[in-house]
Design a protein around this ligand. Structure first.
Ligand code: AMP
Ligand code: MG
Length: 325
């Protein structure tokens, strides 16, 4: 039985925009790139800039997609154990990934790509769960500390495989926002399948962003009011693997080698999208105690975690929530 939640089409965070208020009118352009739906909202009279800004996503995809044989990431993986020269942008994204790896004590680990790769899809059998011995031996290759960077050259350990899926969308959103600013746009919204940045103000003051209820995905469990902030969600219900009725997360715990269980979604608010995206994935793996403690130790980030029977908030998260919906 096969089901991969391609609810990328149903972005996790519902936007309340594109209406007219105080004379500010926005228009939206929608694209499908990096395996997800990207929405760019800009003032209506400047809507053409969206087609320029989306090029940033195409560039990041061409450099970092593990599905493109000539991407930097595919070349690093196929030449594991050897130095590979890559683009400065790839190095920058890798450095963020390593930073989140050390902040999360290895819960976020891009060499978990070795584990992700094991859950393959077979056209006849559907998704196939790997035998536990295979997972155990693959787990030995998971260690982000073996990644070396020197200038624009990168070397991963022999047998390792990296995957920037936990951070690349956020990285691309930040580049897109930089591009918008360079083009003179002060208010806008860039949303890559639930990883987004709210620049300036929306149609009626701060951007109003609904947090989708992970148990009832057509409803919302709260409304955020954001300006010059990123908000990113990692969730079980957006992408998953289902085998014989058991739903497996696409986020792996590097300590066990298995998909994380028990956490349903994590939403992180922060000053930039790349760190918020990476931290959402990291906190998802770390779980309620360690994950929320990490967020509470960071001044600029807030988080909300939904588990199977609870909803937890970091100390300042609710300050961003609207009283009314
Ligand atoms: P996100 O949707 O941002 O939480 O990212 C999930 C993606 O991150 C997965 O589809 C994998 O590509 C990758 N990933 C899975 N587990 C980990 C992990 N422990 N650390 C870093 N990346 C991971
Ligand atoms: Mg992430």
């Amino acid at each position: 039985m096969r089901k991969i939640g391609l609810l990328a089409f149903m972005v996790m965070l519902i936007l309340f925009s594109s209406c007219k208020h105080r004379g500010k009118e926005f228009a939206r352009r929608t694209y499908f790139i990096m395996g997800t739906v990207v929405n760019i909202d800009v003032p209506s009279e400047r809507v053409a800039v969206a087609d320029t800004v989306i090029e940033v996503f195409r560039l990041v995809d061409s450099l970092m997609s593990p599905l493109r044989p000539n991407s930097d990431i595919s070349r690093i993986n196929s030449h594991n154990g050897e130095w590979v020269v890559v683009s400065p942008l790839t190095v920058k994204c890798l450095r963020y990934a390593l930073k989140i790896g050390s902040m999360s004590d290895g819960a976020f680990d891009i060499t978990a790509g070795t584990l992700v790769h094991l859950w393959h899809f077979d056209t006849e059998k559907g998704w196939v769960e790997p035998p536990s011995e295979v997972i155990d031996s693959a787990k030995k290759f998971v260690d982000y500390k073996k990644i070396e960077i020197s200038g624009y050259s990168v070397r991963i350990g022999r047998g390792q495989r990296i995957d920037l899926g936990g951070i690349a969308k956020g990285f691309a959103v930040d580049l897109a926002v930089d591009k918008l600013k360079k083009l003179g746009i002060r208010d806008g919204l860039v949303d890559a399948g639930g990883d987004m940045y709210a620049l300036g103000e929306g149609p009626s003051g701060r951007w109003r962003i609904g947090i989708r209820d992970p148990f009832h995905t057509d409803g919302i469990m709260g409304l955020l009011l954001l300006s010059d902030k990123a908000v990113c969600t990692s969730g079980n219900y957006e992408r998953f693997i289902e085998i014989n009725g058991v739903r497996y997360s696409h986020i792996f715990d590097p300590r066990t080698g298995w998909p994380v269980r028990g956490v349903v979604s994590v939403t992180v608010i922060g000053p930039n999208t790349v760190m918020s995206d990476g931290l959402a994935t990291a906190v998802f793996v770390m779980g309620p105690d360690k994950g929320m403690a990490l967020i509470d130790s960071l001044d600029e980030f807030e988080a909300m975690m939904v588990t199977e029977n609870d909803t937890l908030y970091s100390s300042g998260f609710r300050d961003f929530m609207s009283e009314t919906r």
